[in-house]
Design a protein around this ligand. Structure first.
Ligand code: SF4
Length: 60
């Protein structure tokens, strides 16, 4: 299973990942994206990661 992390020092909180995949990413009170699930049945998390404008999402 992929390990998904968000680099909090890089994330700008733009919300794109949460819009693309709300099952995995959630913008929380600190206005940064957090990983709330390690898997998504509906999308390819690697593709969502590639769309992050600052490459803050790491999928291993
Ligand atoms: S797309 Fe990238 S910069 Fe935008 S909220 Fe998600 S992790 Fe942060």
């Amino acid at each position: 299973m992929a390990k998904i992390t968000v680099d909090e020092s890089t994330c700008t909180g733009c919300g794109l990942c949460a819009a693309n995949c709300p099952e995995v990413f959630e913008i929380q009170d600190d206005n940064l994206a957090h990983v709330v699930s390690e898997t998504c049945g509906n999308c390819d998390v690697k593709e969502v990661a590639e769309q992050c404008p600052v490459n803050a999402i790491i999928v291993k």
